[in-house]
Each structure stands twice: as structure tokens, then as C-alpha cells.
Ligand binder design. Structure first.
Ligand SMILES: [Mg+2]
Length: 200
């Protein structure tokens, strides 16, 4: 296979926002059941819903301002683009936060899609939209993320090569058994897997 596009998640994959999602859920008073926090909050009764969104937005803002790129992110995107591979950032974070992260840590993505652009992961829409915009077939794309939401959304968009970077066990438990994906410890290992799949 010749890889034509790599679709990266942001938080926890190329960027360490240092958000402790389990602690945040505890603070808000939400149980963890595998659903994305966005969906849980949408479906929560008031005043939990509003209080929860405020806590989420505050945590995301702090993460945007205080986080840092994960090792190897800049180098991996540079390598891919030097080989003509399109790179996209596909995040459930907001567009203002994604743009702020990229203004603090410039990485030349060909495309950035956020939850402000349409249905968030695990809905496959955001991956399908990225493939349409890049004019790349699902069979020619690789998705790299750190959460079950990334794996599920990418698989349902028809992407067969999915790499999970340092996915915690409490998330891995929510990936359906029939979805295959590779697990790596960091982006340096992800680069090795990309070479196996089909980098020059
Ligand atoms: Mg993530």
C-alpha cells in the first residue's frame, strides 16, 4: 500500500494538553461509560449540563495554553509531507483551541477539522469529510489517535490502518473486538509502523 494521507488526532496524540479526563469527569460528577464527554454533557440534565460544559471548556482552555507537543510530532509530519503524504488534524476539540495550539506550535497540516465543523468522533463523518477534502480513498489513509473514539470513527469511515498511541486500558476496553488496530507507545514507534504499512 502507498500511504497518501495520515489523519492525526490532536489531544493525547500529537499534543499533551495534560487534561486528566477521568479526574474531570469526577469533578463534574459524570460516570465513565465509554461515551465521549461531549455526548454525556449534551444528554445530562440541568444544571449538571451547563456546569459540566463550563468545566470542560475551562479544562480545554487551560490545556490549550499550558500543554506541549508530544515528542516526534513535528518530525513525523515533516517526514510525511516530504514524501508527498497529506497530513490532517482531526480533533474533537474546538476550532479556536486547535488554532491556538497550532499558533503556539506550528505544524503544517494540510487540513484541520474540529468539532465545530460537524459531527464529532466516534461519528465517522469527520474522517469521511477529511478524505473527501484531501481527495484520498479510505484504503490509502492511515489514522493515528490515542482514544477508542478515534479508532471507532476511523474504522467506520473505512480506514483499515489505525494506530493507537499509548491508549490507556480504560479506553481500549471500549473498542469493539472486531475492529483491528495497532498499538504503539509513542510517535517514534508510530513512524516504524507507517514504514511497515507503506512509506517510501
Ligand atoms: Mg485524543
Amino acid at each position: 500500500m502507498q500511504i497518501r494521507a495520515v489523519l492525526f488526532d490532536m489531544d493525547g496524540t500529537i499534543y499533551d494538553s495534560r487534561i486528566d479526563w477521568r479526574a474531570l469527569r469526577g469533578e463534574i460528577g459524570l460516570p465513565y461509560d465509554g461515551r465521549p464527554i461531549l455526548q454525556q454533557l449534551e444528554e445530562a440534565p440541568e444544571p449538571l449540563r451547563q456546569r459540566g460544559f463550563e468545566a470542560l471548556h475551562r479544562a480545554e482552555r487551560e490545556g490549550t495554553e499550558n500543554g506541549d507537543l508530544l515528542p516526534g510530532a513535528t518530525e513525523l509530519v515533516a517526514l510525511l509531507r516530504s514524501q508527498g503524504v497529506h497530513c490532517a488534524l482531526i480533533t474533537n476539540n474546538s476550532r479556536p483551541n486547535a488554532e491556538k495550539v497550532l499558533s503556539r506550535h506550528p505544524i503544517p497540516f494540510d487540513l484541520v477539522l474540529t468539532r465545530d465543523d460537524g459531527a464529532a468522533k466516534p461519528d465517522p463523518w469527520i474522517f469521511e469529510q477529511a478524505l473527501r477534502k484531501l481527495d484520498v480513498a479510505a484504503a490509502e489513509a492511515v489514522a493515528i489517535g490515542d482514544a477508542h473514539l478515534d479508532v471507532i470513527a476511523a474504522a467506520h469511515a473505512g480506514i483499515r490502518h489505525i494506530i493507537a498511541v499509548a491508549m490507556p486500558e480504560w479506553m481500549a476496553a471500549h473498542v469493539p473486538r472486531e475492529i483491528p488496530y495497532r498499538t504503539v507507545g509513542d510517535l517514534h514507534e508510530a513512524r516504524g509502523v507507517l514504514s511497515e504499512i507503506g512509506l517510501r
